[in-house]
Design a protein around this ligand. Structure first.
Ligand code: APR
Ligand code: PHB
Length: 394
């Protein structure tokens, strides 16, 4: 026997996509239940990227989740590109009139969970064997196990917000889905350290030893990455080796202010571009990493998830308010149009900034020419700035 629950929207996954969707629906009086495989501690402890587009900041603020972000987040007017020691600043504010907010996804997630729980939201952390069934009927069910007992949620819609390794995309869309993928031949080794950032703005560096990125979480906590081999082992990277490598890649000038310290987190992540089409199957809608992955070079993963959920919440609210299904019908096509543009930008930044193991001398000359062109052209710099601060929602 299963315990039966009833709601309007069953949301699978309590990452930023699932949590924001639940919040936006709640703000419009629509009920949801979230089923999350991991514990709350696990979800709140994951280290992820940390740059929010202007539109994402607006969305979080409008949803009522922006208070701590506005207090503790760092507004940035620009960022730097570096190429074998040469620098070019992308003046985001001057070129677009907009800024980005540096505020960790970990903090966004904590803020969202705290607010949802304070409003009495149902989030089943530790839900096992989550399985959506009958999603093409008007009464989908989502089955799961929790604390050893069987449960099922009866709902009108299922939102698959369960990330790249989730169950929604793979089990349900098998018959109709088409996927597009590129796996890059390197990874990013990232460290977090309680040291002041080397620069007050981010630095993306292409160096002959490989890509490096200087980012931050606050004025006292830094986040740095270096390109590494996909086969590399974290055990090969002592803190000292990491700091030496970062220093070599960002150049003497930039490294002059680098403060070394013990790493408080160190991990290797692969880089991938991935899109699943369509993002709807019957009454199941995919959002966020469940539908697409971008390499982190443009800091777009979290922002894309937020954009999807803005569309999806609008479509569900319209359905419940007026019975108009047009928004739901257009969800996948509308999202995908913007997603592909963001995939393009993330791919472009990745291609420009990394060392490709099999690349010819010609390929390297192309990267250098790209950098020189951007550095000499306001138009080219503006194209980068416009994408970095975030393309408009349609
Ligand atoms: N059942 C229930 N929950 C699941 C399942 C499952 N079978 N599989 C995965 N999940 C949960 C994960 O534990 C995670 O908490 O779904 C959640 C998905 O969250 P994210 O991976 O953070 O994805 P999303 O919400 O789309 O956010 C996108 O997060 O991964 C980063 O780079 C990505 O910044 C981007 C953002
Ligand atoms: C980060 O701070 O973790 C970060 C910033 C910018 C990126 C990727 C990651 O492009």
């Amino acid at each position: 026997m299963s315990t039966r629950h009833k709601t309007q929207v069953c949301i699978i996954g309590s990452g930023p996509a699932g949590l924001l969707l639940s919040q936006l629906l709640h703000n419009s009086g629509i009920e949801s239940i979230i089923l999350e495989r991991q514990t709350r501690e696990h979800v709140e402890g994951r280290i992820r990227a940390g740059v929010l587009e202007a539109g994402s900041v607006e969305a979080l603020t409008e949803a009522g989740i922006g208070e701590r972000m506005m207090r503790e987040g760092l507004l940035h007017d620009g960022f730097n590109l570096a190429f074998d020691g040469d620098h070019h600043r992308i003046d985001l504010k001057g070129l677009t009139g907009k800024q980005v907010m540096v505020y960790g996804q970990t903090e966004v997630t904590r803020d969202m969970i705290a607010l949802r729980l304070s409003q009495g939201a149902e989030i089943a952390f530790g839900a096992q064997d989550v399985l959506p069934v009958d999603v093409t009927s008007s009464k989908p069910l989502v089955k799961y196990r929790h604390n050893g007992a069987s449960h099922e949620v009866e709902c009108a819609f299922v939102a698959g917000c369960d990330g790249f390794h989730g169950v929604s995309r793979n089990t349900v869309l098998e018959s109709v889905r088409q996927t597009f993928e590129r796996v890059y031949p390197f990874g990013w080794l990232g460290i977090l350290s309680d040291t002041p950032p080397v620069s007050h703005e981010l630095i993306y560096a292409n160096h002959q030893r490989g890509f490096a990125l200087c980012s931050m979480r606050s004025m006292t906590r830094s986040r740095y990455y270096v390109q590494c081999s996909t086969e590399d082992d974290i055990a090969n990277w002592s803190d000292a080796r990491f700091w030496d490598e970062l220093t070599a890649r960002i150049g003497e000038d930039a490294a002059r202010n680098l403060v070394r310290g013990p790493s408080i987190e160190k991990s290797i992540a692969p880089l991938r571009s991935f899109v699943c089409e369509p993002m709807r199957h019957g009454n199941l809608f995919l959002a966020g990493d469940a539908a697409h992955i971008v390499p982190p070079t443009g800091a777009k993963g979290l922002n894309l998830a937020i954009a999807d959920v803005r569309y999806l919440s609008r479509a569900l609210i319209e359905h419940y308010r007026s019975g108009n299904a047009a928004w739901l019908d257009n969800y996948s096509a509308t999202c995908l149009k913007r997603i592909w543009k963001v995939e393009r930008f993330s791919w472009y930044m990745s291609m420009m900034l990394h060392q490709f193991p099999d690349d010819s001398a010609f390929g390297k000359k192309m990267q250098r020419a790209e950098f020189d062109y951007i550095a000499s052209s306001e138009t080219a710099s503006r194209a980068i700035a416009e994408n970095y601060v975030g393309l408009p929602l349609d």
